[in-house]
Design a protein around this ligand. Structure first.
Ligand SMILES: [Mn+2]
Length: 353
């Protein structure tokens, strides 16, 4: 979706503005700046041009598993016309900043997956003792049940201790997450999937020395919100409660991508009401509305039918559809419920005319 691609670029502006407002001079981007390697020159340059605008802010970019540092690869292409305030951290060498009082220790990836921990060199790197050490890496702190040594892009979460780092900035995990007091995943600045929790954020990290615990503050940077909501609906008041919940998400519902899962058993009249005040309304309010109503079942009561002035073949059709509501095939039940709801709406409309 083009709008979300654009939102990822706009997130750079939000990061830049936060940095300027709070007088922060350095932004560390912990890998996967790009989600693919074979990008057009325009796509490669777009993020850099956003960063160039914030001339007093230094941006440090690390190659991750989606944009590894290969010979003559994308990072090589980027060196042409690179803004002065953008620094490519494509070697495992310390980068001294702030009049050599701080060293950034990057752990760039050179392949999609590697079996060696790219932060290991930090344990033995030669840096003056008083210099503040900040690690920058991309990978996983968990072996996810893989056998010993078999995990790829594994980062030892204890690296701050073994290498005497003040802080280790991590990327790869899309949600924000504290690994330990000296090691965090900042999360991606703009979320791009429903299954990400705590995304659309960045971290402001204040570091005083290699021994004191850094101060870590979370800031919101994402424009779009991704929500998954599950509700049980059994009455008209449940439907109204759900409407209140959805409309109360924010003043800007157009920023929302919502996946709504509803389940329950409601009458035909209630299903019509649901379609009107939930399905149709929020389809138009949200940027994207994914309604899963597979388990929202419709019961047709005798009262529902009695309310309709029908006879002849229409009555026969309604009776047949009601029979199908208890059919063994889920697909048949669903279609019958949809057909009945539609028929109900049309008949009520004709009555009103
Ligand atoms: Mn990654």
């Amino acid at each position: 979706m083009g709008v979300l691609q654009n939102a990822r670029l706009n997130a750079i502006d939000r990061l830049g503005k936060i940095a300027v407002e709070q007088e922060l001079r350095h932004v560390l981007v912990a890998g996967d700046v790009y989600d693919a390697e074979n990008l057009s020159t325009k796509s490669l340059n777009q993020p850099l041009e956003r960063m160039r605008k914030y001339a007093d802010v230094n941006w440090y970019l690390l190659p991750g598993n989606h944009d590894p540092n290969r010979t003559n690869g994308l990072w090589y292409r980027l060196r042409r016309g690179l803004p002065k305030n953008v620094h490519i951290c494509d070697e495992s060498d310390p980068l001294f900043i702030e009049s050599d009082t701080v060293a950034i220790l990057p752990a760039p990836l050179h392949h999609k997956s590697t079996l060696e921990d790219p932060t290991e060199y930090m344990d033995s790197v030669d840096i003056p003792g008083e210099c503040i050490r900040i690690g920058l890496a991309h990978g996983s702190v968990s072996t996810f049940g893989a056998g010993e040594g078999a995990a790829t892009n594994y980062i030892n979460p204890d690296r701050p201790n073994t290498a005497g780092l003040a802080y280790l900035a991590l990327g790869d995990w899309h949600g924000q997450r504290e690994v330990n007091s000296r090691c965090w995943y900042s999360g991606t600045p703009e979320t791009d999937a429903f299954d990400v929790t705590e995304g659309g954020k960045a971290l402001i990290v204040s570091v005083n020395s290699n021994t004191s615990v850094p101060k870590v503050k979370s800031v919101l940077t994402g424009e779009f919100r991704w929500e998954t909501i599950s509700e049980t609906v059994a009455s008209r008041s449940d439907i109204e409660r759900l409407r209140t919940k959805l409309s109360g998400l924010d003043d800007h519902l157009e920023r929302y991508l919502v996946r709504l899962q509803v389940e329950g058993l409601i009458s035909l009249e209630e299903r019509t009401y649901f379609d009107e005040i939930i399905a149709e309304r929020f389809e138009a309010s949200f940027l994207h509305f994914d309604l899963d109503d597979e388990h929202l079942h419709v019961k047709v009561t005798d009262d529902d039918i009695a309310m309709l002035d029908i006879g002849g073949f229409v009555k026969a059709a309604v009776d047949e559809l009601r029979n199908q509501l208890v059919h063994s095939d889920e697909q048949v039940r669903k279609l019958a419920a949809q057909a009945l709801t539609r028929l109900y709406v049309e008949l009520k409309r004709m009555e009103a005319d």
